[in-house]
Design a protein around this ligand. Structure first.
Ligand SMILES: [Zn+2]
Length: 669
């Protein structure tokens, strides 16, 4: 049964969410732009009438509720138990973490040398190496609450003790720099000291949240204090060439309440785009240091650095309520996701600078570093926390299930640095420059992205079988979610408040979904309120209340904006959040074929194949059969050519109705 039609996919209709969007324009200019985009087809008289009625009825309580800050549920409050993520996270705990230690042993030893426990002379090394150790420690922090592991806990204590021993009397901590006798804070473009410090802080915050131990957090606070002293109190100029510290300082501020850390994060953002004595000849747009953030028209430069930077910008804007900074974040979000993002949710097409290219320049052999996909996921989460738009979580989900998962092998021990959408015989490896531990820390933290809340709203952003607890509506609420997502769209939720309480359960309507139904305690809801991409069930909740959601999940042909020349005449295949690809070994060792213009698809769940996946089969234009597997599962068997975008016989170019969209379902070939 069709119960709603998202305006982004079908024709717009007057809904309470649209009226609310217009109402909110009184205080929020960007919402006005978004709302007007959706409202362009509605008669203005009808719109005005709805607006006036709604404005009159809007209570002060609703106003203050709309201004409450969203936050994600702590990863310690969410337990995943499903057939998709549970086995994957077990692999990351059992295989990926043990496999990782060998690559950071030298970095651990650097701390032991700096602490005076060992005496070894060190030669030159990659200046960012300590960050890899920090990312492994952060990965472990997310793993510890998932499964008790006293041995791993003890190992963490030992490493943290070494890092504490390596910390200098002035608070500076970067053992690589110390044992190689490098002068600190002099080569800001090259030495990555802010980046390394940021990852130390993120690891320390995660470890504190996981265990309650302050040992690592105290080290992080001393380092943050040192940086504050050097750059704010002593007024040294410059920015770190690799963003990361900005977003990490906001996380540190949130767990400590120390406002200086937020001020320091804001300062590092405000510094950009102003002249200073650079230590390299690299164009400043590479660092997004060419203009002050509020004047930057489009995302540029190194994709990982830019995504980390913009995550920090968004987080600072959200915490400080800086409206012009919020506008900058929204503008650069649109630049990223509406003109420079691949269909699998990856970014950074250019190999020459590991960076963003011009608008719509998305070659299918593009670079797409794994860390950049992780960065886009973080940016998406921060945009959701800022504006509460389901569209932000659509990007997060697209990136998570496709670009990020593609970066790591199914056995958890090999990774991709580059992730092109069209490739030939390029196996995963173990290049420990940055990506492997960035992938593992992201994938063991999926718990953080499933739910979010304000004091009166409980968001269900991702459909993943799990149990969660939250303090909402003045009581503790236990939530139990059961689903076979992403392979089908049926979801059951049990809502159990400790005492009867009023709050809004906000259930995300994924952007890929064109038909959905909702039931409450067994009764179909004919017209649920739809707001910002969520079905909103605002009511008095009682223990034992249940909600059922059915998201219809057909196979969709996806076309790219006509300005993406690389995809002319081609389609991608998507079902639910999963983007598919063809591997030659499933298709007669050839990818030299087209989809039939009237292709019919069969979906089959294959438990034994590639960790358990849905395959899609259908007919080629010459009558042969093709088989597709999820993009994330490509390149896990024998070497074989792969492609996401496939030719479709007779595909015409749709030139109209692309407002704000980079990809859309193909209505008919
Ligand atoms: Zn990387």
């Amino acid at each position: 049964m069709i119960l709603y039609s998202p305006a982004t996919l079908c024709g717009p209709a007057i809904t309470p969410s649209l009226v609310w969007g217009v109402y909110k324009t009184l205080v929020d200019i960007t919402s006005m732009q978004n709302a007007l985009r959706k409202l362009h087809a509605i008669p203005q008289t009808a719109l005005l009438g709805c607006l006036l009625v709604t404005y009159g009825a809007m209570s002060q309580a609703a106003l203050s509720r709309s201004q409450e800050k969203r936050h994600e549920l702590p990863f310690t409050s969410v337990v995943i138990h499903d057939s998709f993520w549970s086995p994957k996270q077990k692999i990351y705990r059992d295989n990926t973490i043990p496999h990782s230690w060998q690559y950071v042993q030298r970095d651990i030893e650097d701390n032991e040398i700096a602490a005076g426990w060992k005496h070894i002379e060190r030669g030159e090394d990659y200046v960012w190496n300590q960050a890899n150790l920090h990312k492994v420690l952060e990965t472990v922090a997310y793993a510890l609450p998932q499964e008790s592991n006293p041995e791993l806990d003890k190992k963490m204590d030992g490493i943290i003790a070494a890092i504490a021993g390596a910390q200098q009397p002035n608070g500076y901590i970067n053992a690589l720099m110390t044992v190689r006798h490098k002068e600190t804070w002099v080569d800001l473009d090259g030495h990555h000291e802010g980046y390394v410090a940021g990852h130390l802080i993120e690891a320390a915050v995660a470890y504190y949240q996981a265990t309650g131990k302050r040992s690592f957090l105290d080290i992080a606070c001393k380092m943050a204090d040192h940086i504050y002293q050097h750059f704010i109190v002593e007024k040294h100029e410059g920015i770190c060439g690799h963003a990361e510290l900005e977003l990490a300082l906001v996380r540190l501020y949130r767990v400590t309440g120390e406002k200086r850390y937020l001020a320091l994060a804001k300062d590092w953002i405000e510094r950009r785009g102003k002249p200073w004595a650079y230590s390299s000849q690299t164009p400043r747009s590479y660092f997004m240091d060419h203009l002050p953030i509020r004047e930057v028209p489009e995302v540029t430069g190194h994709a990982v650095r830019s995504m980390f930077y913009l995550t920090g910008v968004t987080e600072v804007a959200n915490e400080t309520e800086d409206q012009s900074l919020k506008e900058a974040a929204r503008r650069l979000w649109r630049s990223t996701t509406q003109r420079k993002m691949y269909v699998v949710g990856s970014v950074g097409s250019q190999e020459s600078d590991e960076g963003f290219g011009p608008d719509y320049d998305l070659p299918n052999h593009g670079y797409n570093e794994s860390c950049a996909a992780c960065g886009l996921l973080y940016f998406a989460q921060s945009m959701f926390l800022l504006d509460g738009e389901g569209e932000s979580v659509d990007v997060l989900e697209r990136t998570l299930y496709n670009a990020v998962l593609h970066g790591i092998s199914l056995d958890g021990t090999n990774t991709y640095y580059r992730n092109p959408l069209s490739d030939s015989n390029n196996p995963r490896g173990n290049i420990w420059v940055c990506c492997p531990p960035c992938l593992s820390r992201t994938l063991l933290r999926v718990q953080n992205y499933i739910y979010a809340q304000t004091a009166h709203d409980l968001y269900v952003n991702l459909y993943i079988g799990s149990n969660a607890t939250a303090q909402v509506g003045g009581t503790q609420v236990a939530l139990a979610q059961e689903t076979n997502y992403p392979w089908d769209g049926g979801i059951k939720l049990q809502v159990n408040p400790q005492k009867a309480a009023r709050f809004a359960l906000r259930l995300r309507l994924p952007g890929w979904c064109r038909k959905a139904s909702f039931s409450l305690n067994g009764k179909l809801l004919p017209k649920p309120l739809i707001e910002k991409g969520y079905a909103v069930l605002d009511r008095q909740w009682h223990t034992g209340d249940s909600v059922e959601i059915n998201l219809t999940m057909p196979v969709e042909l996806i076309e790219a904006h006509p300005s993406v020349k690389a995809d002319t005449g081609l389609v991608a295949i998507q079902r639910g959040p999963i983007v598919y690809g063809a591997e030659a070994l499933d298709n007669g060792n050839s990818l030299d074929w087209s989809l039939a213009s009237d292709a019919q698809f069969q979906v089959q769940h294959q438990v034994e194949l590639l960790g358990g996946i849905n395959t899609i089969t259908g007919h080629q234009s010459d009558g042969g059969q093709f088989t597709l597997i999820p993009f994330y599962a490509l390149a896990n068997r024998a070497a074989s050519s792969q492609s996401v975008w496939l030719p479709l016989m007779g595909k015409s170019v749709g030139m109209t109705n692309w407002e704000g969209r980079l990809y859309r379902p193909l209505a008919s070939p």
